[in-house]
Design a protein around this ligand. Structure first.
Ligand code: ATP
Length: 589
């Protein structure tokens, strides 16, 4: 069975420990018949036998020995159970630790396409609840099945040894119990898949709500969010109750069968004692061990429920475990070359799933050049720049860096040569210094300050309570939009990449600050090709070339003066942005 194979595979490193635990479980549970056997001897020899009274005095040492044996075996069993549980816990926790690292690396290694199609809440559920279900399976479900089966078999063997007929009478109950359990398992199985999906939806809503709490508050939509959450919570709770109710449908049958073991023992066993076929001691042994038959039947429901949960969780984990990214980062580079910074787009088209977003894009950027990209919202600007570091692969055509198709370059090397400041700025919960030096943790403090100055961030950083050591909150909470953008810009520049990509990085800063940043970008003391997405003409005017994108196509291309002279889209934007400040729509030289 695939699930067991998977568990076995991932138990690598703890297999011996786990097998040892299983052996101890079997040995420990087999010993459960010893105390009933001793009890049987005590009853027959010292309580009900013909010579009982005489034996009490003549065989006192035997009685003491049997009592001590009983105590000894009880202690031995407790010790073994303790040690066995320890082994199961160790093996399952170690496995959980290893699989969690593996899954984390898998998720980390996925491409953008994967993140586009997987919800954060669902991935978090896989990394927490689902993984814990696997651990629970190793540490509890398998253990319980093995121990219940061992006790059952040991009891049956011992019962046969005492009296076959009474044993058959008791075993009559087993087939109906297994049939009921089988029907229950089939009915409840799909419910756990559904339950798992509902849990994931609940986690997704919770995660989104916490991450988006500022938007919720800004729109005073708390009540709406509570309703949304309540709906998912009700769905999850209803699914949970439905699964529990199914169990309740079957529970009375299983419990009745379990109780019937005692009834049969009383009736048939009692008659056999009266007939003298079995001794009173043997009857008491049956009585003491009957739980070995009835308990597994009682546990069967819980075990089946947990197994179904495990199947549902494992299916989800396996999704991540075997997911292969379309864009694979082999992390194979030993020496990272520094590129010159030529970028070429050759007949590039791109689709997200089925929607075409870029069509037949052609342009070349020489080392050291600055290209500005402008265009209406949704025209494909971000998508276009995402193709250079291979966040996505082209659908048609080629993107070349230094004359080589990016698909043939080592990803670490390629990405190491590109500094990106994305449109949505994400800062980590770390110091400002740590955030700027993210691309190179060994960066000297002086360099961090230098790049912060270039990004016009030094002034405001120094005004913060602990200057560069100030910890910024989750995703940069505590900073203004423009401040976050400047830190992100410093972070991108700080790796001194030969290719720098800025996606609307100065949209939230004032004109004066933007001018400072423009100047810094012009005067960078390392060779660098720049691709800048911008909406302000003040940003694009200085570029060597400007591309205007519309609906995924390049509709205009040229220098600022060429495009103004052309009197097309760029000219309109230029006019619009200058009207407000009364400047004339003139061409620059
Ligand atoms: N991950 C994605 N999956 C599917 N479609 C996407 C994805 N990202 C963007 N799109 C779609 O691709 C088109 C281009 O988006 P893109 O972000 O490249 O535009 P943009 O020009 O950068 O816009 P803006 O100026 O608003 O940032 C849009 O129609 C958008 O809906």
């Amino acid at each position: 069975m695939f699930q067991l194979k998977w568990l076995w595979h991932n138990l690598r490193g703890d297999r011996a420990r786990y097998i040892f635990a299983l052996i101890l479980s079997v040995v420990g549970c087999s010993l459960t018949i010893i105390n009933p056997y001793i009890g049987q001897r005590i009853v027959d020899t010292f309580i009900t036998g013909d010579d009982a009274v005489h034996n009490l005095t003549s065989q006192r040492s035997l009685l003491i020995g049997l009592c001590l044996g009983m105590i000894g075996f009880s202690l031995l069993r407790t010790g073994m159970a303790y040690f066995t549980t320890l082994l199961y816990e160790r093996a399952s926790q170690n496995m959980l630790y290893r699989v969690r690292i593996f899954l984390y690396n898998k998720i980390q290694g996925q491409d953008m396409h994967y993140y586009d199609h997987n919800r954060t809440g669902d991935l978090m559920t896989k990394m927490t609840g689902d993984l814990d279900m696997v651990r629970h399976t190793m540490a509890w479900i398998i253990k319980t099945i093995v121990e219940s089966l061992t006790v059952f078999i040991a009891a049956v063997v011992y019962f046969f040894y005492i009296d076959a007929e009474l044993t058959w009478w008791l075993l009559i109950l087993s087939p109906p119990i297994f049939i009921v359990a089988f029907i229950f398992a089939r009915r409840v199985r799909p419910m756990y898949g559904d339950l798992r999906e509902k849990l994931s939806q609940l986690n997704t809503i919770t995660q989104e709500n916490i991450a988006g709490n500022r938007v919720v508050k800004a729109f005073a939509r708390e009540e709406f969010e509570v309703q949304k959450f309540t709906e998912k919570n009700v769905n999850y709770s209803t699914a949970n109750k439905a699964a529990a109710m199914v169990w309740l449908d079957y529970f009375p049958y299983l419990e009745t069968f379990a109780q019937a073991f005692n009834v049969i023992l009383m009736i048939v066993g009692g008659m056999l004692v009266m007939d003298g076929r079995i001794t009173f001691g043997e009857f008491s042994a049956f009585s003491a061990l009957i739980w070995g038959l009835s308990n597994p039947m009682r546990n069967i429901g819980i075990i089946i429920n947990d197994i179904q949960r495990f199947f549902a969780s494992l299916t989800k984990i396996v999704d991540v475990y075997y997911a292969e990214p379309r864009i694979v980062n082999g992390h194979n580079v030993e020496v990272k070359r520094r590129y010159k910074g030529t970028i070429q787009f050759e007949n590039v088209s791109f689709k997200y799933d089925n929607a075409t977003v870029l069509e037949n894009i052609n342009f070349t950027v020489k080392p050291g050049e600055t290209i500005a990209i402008m265009g209406a919202t949704g025209s494909g600007k971000t998508t276009l720049i995402n193709l250079i570091p291979r966040f996505y692969d082209v659908t048609k055509g080629r993107v070349l860096v230094d004359g080589k198709d990016v698909r043939e370059l080592e990803l670490d090397e390629l990405r190491g040569n590109i500094g990106v400041a994305t449109q949505d700025v994400l800062l980590f919960s770390d110091t400002i210094d740590g955030n700027i030096a993210y691309g190179d943790p060994d960066m000297p403090e002086d360099d961090v300050v230098e790049f912060a100055k270039l990004a016009a961030a030094d002034d405001f950083i120094r005004k913060m309570p602990e200057s560069y050591n100030t910890i910024v909150g989750e995703r940069g909470v505590g900073l203004s939009g423009g401040q976050k953008q400047r830190i992100a810009l410093a972070r991108a520049m700080a790796v001194q990449p030969p290719i720098l990509i800025l996606d609307d990085t100065t949209s939230a800063v004032d004109n004066e600050t933007e001018e400072h940043i423009q100047k810094s970008l012009r005067e960078l003391d390392f060779d660098c090709t720049k691709i800048i997405i911008a909406q302000r003409v003040s940003t694009t005017a200085e570029a060597d070339r400007i591309l205007i994108l519309d609906n995924g196509r390049v509709i205009e291309e040229g220098t600022h003066s060429e495009l103004v002279a052309k009197r097309g889209y760029y000219y309109e934007v230029f006019k619009l942005q200058n009207e407000g400040i009364g400047r004339q729509a003139t061409t620059h030289g």
